[in-house]
Ligand binder design. Structure first.
Ligand SMILES: Cc1ncc(COP(=O)(O)O)c(C=O)c1O
Length: 381
């Protein structure tokens, strides 16, 4: 089966991990700070707080934004459930803004309308988690222009977009228009640490909170010690309720080697996406916009004239590991239990009915990509 996504790991990645295993701390050593520095150098962000998944990063980002019981957080239905779950972990409610059918990202005019309604109802969201679907950035400048005057914290879920740029050429992760940017280093993503993630910010206070949440809410900073314990070098104090969301040194060592190859990985994805776009031009499929700044995490086509389920099945039978991104979050039974229903976000639902993700990853060979294209042509006949 040709998978829809796959990591690229070579001997140097293996050696970096083995080196840590043989020589250094397995966790809380030098690799995580070195990885965080390299992540800042790459993105231009002031701070990078590494963590053990994109999901824990989203949870910490919501907590750092002050999200809690009584708040509401908005995101889009066309994403992985983690984009919405993070707010629920904090005790907040979730609501959604529908997507634009062309970009498949948050629809700016739907956001504007929903913000007007929420202002009138006195129920503005505390934070909005915007998702750069498939690696192509949302229009962050337009979104921030709507949310900044209302004091809403913007969190970018850039799990798909690390290594990409926004519409104006700013690197994803630079937090040009947002308080925090979260990414994931799961194996199908731009680079991998196996499991892993990061939260970027330019705000020192947020960075300090993120570090606390990643490590039990415990600090060793002298200034934060309770009175009477300031000079006890062994002392540590829990000053908030945190978690163990730390990345290990093994994972960070892998991430450091992977990061050096990020641009090459994204470049390879772009070339393959371009090839698909050319090869599929004559077929009755809707191709993704050819966004040169995308990190090209996914290559998703829509089938306006065919039964998606049948085409999916035919491709799987031919050994093509197609996938579907995404079942709209509000249609999951757990979210339906909260009162969301079919028809609530029609653009996300219509898109979902037609979407099919073709294999795309840096090591996808020309032969295998040709096989995907020919199999699709046959399946559409
Ligand atoms: C859009 C999006 N957000 C968040 C996540 C969660 O990342 P992780 O798997 O590292 O927890 C994913 C993972 O697939 C994702 O696709």
């Amino acid at each position: 089966m040709i998978p829809y996504g796959k990591h690229s790991v070579s001997d140097e990645d293996v050696e970096a991990v083995v080196h840590v295993l043989k020589n250094e701390f397995l966790t809380q050593g030098k690799q995580v700070p070195a990885f965080e520095r390299a992540l800042c150098d790459y993105t231009g962000a002031g701070y990078a707080v590494a963590c053990n998944s994109g999901t824990s990063g989203l949870h910490m980002a919501c907590l750092a934004a002050g999200v809690g019981a009584g708040d509401v957080v908005w995101t889009v239905p066309n994403s992985f459930a983690a984009s919405a779950n993070a707010a629920l972990y904090c005790g907040a409610a979730v609501d959604f803004v529908d997507i634009d059918p062309v970009t498949r990202n948050l629809c700016v005019s739907a956001l504007s309308n929903k913000l007007n309604d929420a202002t009138a109802a006195g129920r503005l969201p505390k934070a909005i988690v915007v998702v750069h679907f498939a690696g192509s950035s949302c229009d962050m400048r337009a979104i921030a222009a709507l949310t900044a005057p209302l004091g809403i914290t913007l969190i970018e879920d850039a799990a798909h977009a690390f290594g990409g740029k926004d519409k104006l050429g700013n690197r994803v992760g630079a937090c040009t228009y947002s308080a925090m940017v979260v990414s994931s280093f799961h194996p199908v993503k731009s680079i991998t640490t196996a499991e892993g993630g990061v939260v970027f910010t330019n705000d020192g206070t947020l960075a300090e909170k993120l570090r606390l949440f990643a490590s039990h809410g415990i600090t060793k900073q002298q200034a934060k010690m309770p009175v009477g314990h300031e000079h006890e070098s062994w002392f540590y104090a829990q000053i908030d309720l945190g978690f163990n969301y730390r990345l290990s040194d093994l994972h960070a060592a892998l991430g450091l080697v992977q990061l050096a190859k990020l641009d090459a990985f994204v470049g390879a994805r772009f070339e393959k996406a371009k090839y698909y776009n050319e090869a599929l031009a004559a077929l009755p499929v809707t191709r993704p916009l050819m966004d040169e700044n995308s990190a090209w995490h996914l290559y998703v086509i829509e089938l306006p004239e065919h039964d998606r389920t049948q085409v999916f099945k035919a491709l799987r039978e031919k050994g093509i590991g197609v996938n579907v991104h995404y079942i709209p979050i509000h249609l999951h039974p757990y979210y339906q239990g909260m009162g969301f229903a079919k028809g609530d976000f029609p653009n996300s639902e219509t898109y979902y009915q037609k979407a099919i993700t073709l294999p795309l990853y840096p090591d996808l060979s020309a032969d295998n990509q040709g096989k995907v294209i020919n199999s699709l042509k046959e399946a559409l006949m």
